[in-house]
Design a protein around this ligand. Sequence first.
Ligand code: FAD
Ligand code: DLZ
Ligand code: SF4
Length: 519
Amino acid sequence: MMTGPVLVPILGDQLSLDISSLADRTPDDTLILMMEVAEETTYVRHHKAKIALILSAMRHFAEELREAGWTVDYVRLDDPANTGSFTGEVTRAVARHTPRGVLVTEPGEWRVAQVMEDWRTTLPVRVRILPDTRFICPLTDFFQWAAGRRELRMEWFYRDMRRKTGLLMEGDKPEGGKWNYDTENRGGPDKDLDPPPIARFEPDAITREVLDMVAGKFANHFGSLDNFGWPTTRAQADLARDNFLEHRLPLFGKYQDAMVAGEDFMFHAALSPAINLGLLDPLDLCRRAETEWRKGRAPLEAVEGFIRQIIGWREYIRGMYWLEMPGLADANGLDATRPLPEFYWTGDTAMHCLSDCVRTTRDNAYAHHIQRLMVLGNFALLAGISPQQVADWYLVVYADAYEWVELPNVAAMILHADKGRLASKPYAASGAYIDRMSNYCGSCAYNVKRKTGPDACPFNALYWHFLARNEKTLGRNPRLAHPYATWRRMSDEKRAAYFDSAEAFLETLEPAEPGWARS
Ligand code: FAD
Ligand code: DLZ
Ligand code: SF4
C-alpha cells in the first residue's frame, strides 16, 4: 500500500497556478511532477523556437511553483535516467515517491489522452483525470450545445458565450446593439500603417541554457532561434498582454485582415503562445480588453473582434476538436492527395505572399491569422494538398501549435476535410483577395491581374481549378452559388485556359523531402 503524497503530473502546456489538478491540493501533501521528454519534443519535429519556448516556460514555472511552496520533481531532457515518455516518467515517479494516488488535469491532445487513460490500468495507484477548467466552456456543455444541431456554426456558439460570460453585454442585449462588428474590420494595407512593436524579452539564464541545448540537440529541426523573444514567465506574459492592450488593441479590429510584407505582427496580440501554455488566462484577458472599451481607450469594433477570437473561435475550435476526434485526424472530404510543396519549408518560391509568410514562420514561429488562413491555407486548399501533410506542417512550425487548436483550423477551417461540419464553405480565394488585403502583389514576380499563362498569379487559375475539381462535392453549396454560376457560364475555351494554366503550374511544384515534419 502506497502512503506517500498525491502525485500531480503537470504537462508542458498546463503552466497555470490554478490548474484543476492543484485546486484542492495543499503543498504539504502534494508532489508535482514535470517532465521534459523526447516523445513530446520529437513526435513531430517542432520548430526550434517552439521547443525552446515550452521547455523554458516549464523550467520557469517549476521555479514559480517552488517559490509558492510546492515541491516539484522536475525531470530534465538531459537526465541520463530519463525514459523519454510521459508514461515512463510517471511510472518511475510512482516507484520513487510511492504516492497514494495520481491526480492530473486532462491533456489538450487526443494522443496524450489515450496515454493517460492507460495509466488507469498500468499504474499501481488510483489515477484521477480532471477536466481542464482553464477553458471557459466545459466540454460537456459544448457537446450538449452541439447535440441535435444540424449546423454547428461559431456565431451561435459565440452569442451563447457572450451571454454566459456577460462580456460586452447590456442586460441580455449586446453592447452597441450588434453581436458582431466584422464588417467594420476589413481595413486593407493602408500606406502609413506603423504597427507598434510587440513586447519581446531578452533571454535570461534559464532561457539561454535552453536555447543552447535546443540549438545543439535539435539543430536539424525547422526554424530560427535568432529572434527568440517570447514571454517565458507569467510576469513577462502580463507585460506582453499590457503592451498589446495599450498599443495595438485600438487598431486590432480595423486591420485584423490586413497583411504588409515585413510587418510580421501587424496589430495582432501575439499572445497565443502564452495563452496556450497557461501563462495567461483567456477570460481575464477578455475582461481586460472589455475594460479598455469601457474606459474609452479602444473602440467597440476592436474589442468585440478580439473577444470573439477568444471566447468564440478559440473555445469553439477546442470543442470541435474533441467532438470530431479521432476521425478528424484522417478526414479528407475533398480527396486531396498532393504532397506538401518543398517551399513550405524553404520559402523558396517566386510567389511573394507565400515566401513572406514562410519567412515570418521560420524567423518567429509565428504568422498572423490571415497569413495562416488566406495565404498559406488558401494555397494548400486550392492546390489540393493532403490534409495530413498540411496539418503536420502547421503543428511543427508555430509556437502556439497544439493539436487541439491546430487540427480543426487546418483540416476543417482551411481544407474542408470535414465536409463543412465546421465552416459552411471553404475560404477559397483568388489573387484579387490577397491583392486587396496586402501589399504583396506589387513586388511579386507574378502579375495578379493576369488570369492565365506563365506570369499570371497562380492563385487565379488554381481558384477555378479547385472549384471545377470539386464540383461534385461543392457545386450545390448555396454559399458558392455565385462562383459556380460564373464557372458554368464560361466558354469552354476560357475554362480550358484556366485548367491548363493551373495544371502547368502544379506540375512545377517540388514535393517536400520526407522527414521535415516526422522522422
Ligand atoms: P490574434 O489575432 O491577436 O487573436 C487573439 C487570440 O484569439 C489568439 O491569441 C488566439 O488565442 C485566439 N484565436 C484567434 N483565432 C483563433 C482560431 N481560429 N482558433 C483558435 N484561437 C483563435 N492558433 C493557435 O493558438 N494554435 C494553432 O496551432 C493555430 N493554428 C492555426 C492554423 C490555421 C490554418 C489557422 C487559419 C489558424 C490557426 N490558429 C492557431 C488560430 C490563429 O491564427 C492564431 O491563434 C493567431 O494567429 C495567434 O496569434 P495572435 O495571438 O496574434 O492572435
Ligand atoms: C510540445 C511539447 C514539447 C515540445 N515538449 C514537452 C515536454 O518535454 N514535456 C511536456 O510536458 N510537454 C511538452 N510539450 C507539450 C505537450 O506536447 C502537451 O502538453 C501535450 O501535447 C498535451 O497537449
Ligand atoms: Fe501572391 Fe499572386 Fe499576389 Fe504574387 S501576385 S503576391 S502570388 S497573390
